[in-house]
Design a protein around this ligand. Structure first.
Ligand code: HEM
Length: 442
């Protein structure tokens, strides 16, 4: 992807720093809300103190700030870097774009607290918030287009890199409009009639969406190594084959007992080996090592448990129990968060990596998430056989929920340290050691 994309060169620019600080700010806010709703589940008698803004409304804010704040804002830093928007005259626009994104999420949070929602988990946008957030995405897109036009001749790199950046813009263009459309309560994806959840085909489709991101991101932030070609050919071929498989499976409502569903979903297991092999073919700065290992370990856990949870017998028991909360946590707080931090460490470079690389917060976070997942999956497994376990709480359930609260406090503490450290980043100061990054393969 050209000069900006192929180097492991670290960046310190106002836009990148704003993305890092906003992302971590959202992480801390989301975690604090997580701790609050975990307390509310233990002490529901506190709800009246909150007036109309009770558990159900804060829950929406918690989930959406985690997803559209913490997990999404770092991608702005990545896009600024990949398109070169973080440099030159356009760089002054990066920070306002980050602020616009955060402002639209604040507007969304207020609307959810006021009781407005599409009713669709992770797509709760409704009313004015449903317009404002896609608008922020569109403004980001315009900035990227301007950066592309401005830098297209200045950037080194092959013709293929230029085409890749152009393709990226074409892929991103429909996102705001699609987000607006799919937030409609009248639009629903295929349903597994045996559980009311998604079908195996749609699970495969969304996993492939994640895989596509995993395959594309390194081109935006790391230098390719010579051995990439053969692994890349295999990875992209498997990706295309699996995409063809999802198309052939169709979008009808199908149950999870159908072999076509659980066998096709099993095809994602191949990525357990392919993703690490693929990441081995890029040059990463040495500070990324710890988070690279973490995200790859979470990836294995996610893919394996995700497939097992879809199997007949297992899904019948755990669907819509706490086990699903555990799976969501594994996916977003475990895998996606580790990946996002890995990307940020690569973008920030060795000099600034310390803000995300302290040993105690690394373990406070990862062990906190792991313990959360284990505790809540266990609670979900019991709930699957005895729904009264959660509906009419007794001591065993409360003990598990207290343990979950403690894991949440551990996560909050780790993230607070990262956020506070990030406030010391200052774009006016040029990192001295950044010019010669030490790099290594995965
Ligand atoms: C990056 C950090 C986090 C992410 C991405 C995240 C994500 C999520 C998601 C996706 C859900 C919805 C699960 C579902 O209904 O399938 C959820 C629910 C929840 N989260 Fe978090 N969370 C995070 C941190 C925390 C923390 C630190 C706590 C504190 C204990 C916490 C407590 C909760 C609680 C209590 C629920 C509601 C569970 C229920 O409905 O029974 N979360 N979170």
């Amino acid at each position: 992807m050209g000069e900006f994309a192929q180097t492991a060169e670290p960046v310190r620019s106002a836009g990148v720093i704003a993305s890092v600080q906003h992302a971590l700010g959202w992480l801390v806010a989301g975690n604090a809300l997580g701790v609050m709703i975990a307390i509310l589940l233990l002490l529901p008698q506190l709800n009246p103190w909150l007036g109309e803004w009770t558990y159900g409304r804060w829950m929406m804010v918690h989930v959406n700030t985690a997803l559209f704040g913490w997990c999404s804002v770092p991608m702005l830093a990545l896009l600024f870097k990949a398109y070169g928007a973080h440099r030159g005259s356009l760089s002054t626009w990066c920070r306002p774009v980050v602020w616009l994104w955060s402002a639209s999420l604040l507007v969304g949070s207020y609307s959810w607290l006021q009781g407005h929602s599409s009713g669709k988990l992770f797509l709760d946008w409704s009313g004015y918030a449903r317009v404002f957030f896609p608008l922020a995405l569109f403004v980001l897109w315009i900035l990227l287009v301007l950066a592309f036009l401005k830098n297209r001749n200045a950037q080194r790199g092959s013709r293929a890199a230029l085409i890749a950046r152009l393709a990226g813009l074409l892929v991103l263009l429909p996102v705001p409009f699609v987000l607006y459309m799919v937030s409609s309560p009248n639009l629903y994806a295929a349903v597994n009639p045996e559980t009311g959840g998604p079908t195996g085909a749609s699970q495969l489709e969304s996993t492939l969406g994640v895989v596509l991101i995993l395959l594309a991101v390194p081109f935006g932030i790391a230098r390719r190594l010579s051995g990439l070609r053969s692994i890349a050919v295999v990875a992209w071929s498997v990706f295309l084959l699996e995409s063809a498989l999802t198309v052939s499976l169709g979008r009808g409502d199908v149950g999870h007992h159908a072999p076509s569903q659980y066998l096709s979903l099993a095809s994602v297991l191949v990525w357990i080996a392919l993703v690490p092999a693929y990441y081995h073919c890029f040059e990463w700065n040495v500070a990324t090592r710890r988070w690279r290992r973490a995200f790859l370990a979470w990836w294995v856990g996610l893919v394996v448990t995700g497939w097992i949870m879809f199997l007949a017998g297992v899904l019948d028991r755990v669907k819509f129990t706490d086990a699903l909360v555990g799976h969501s946590l594994l996916a977003v707080a475990g895998f996606l968060s580790a990946y996002v931090i890995f990307v940020l460490v690569q973008i920030l470079g060795e000099h600034d990596a310390w803000i995300l690389n302290r040993t105690w917060s690394f373990y406070a976070w990862n062990l906190g998430v792991l313990a959360y997942v284990v505790v809540i999956m266990y609670a979900g497994w019991i709930e699957g056989a005895d729904p009264a376990f959660t509906i009419a709480p007794g001591t065993p359930r409360n003990v598990l929920y207290i343990l979950r609260l403690l894991t949440g406090i551990s996560m909050l503490a780790g993230s607070a340290e990262w956020f506070i450290a990030s406030l010391s980043l200052n774009s006016a100061v040029s990192p001295a050691t950044n010019n010669v990054p030490r790099v290594e393969a995965a």
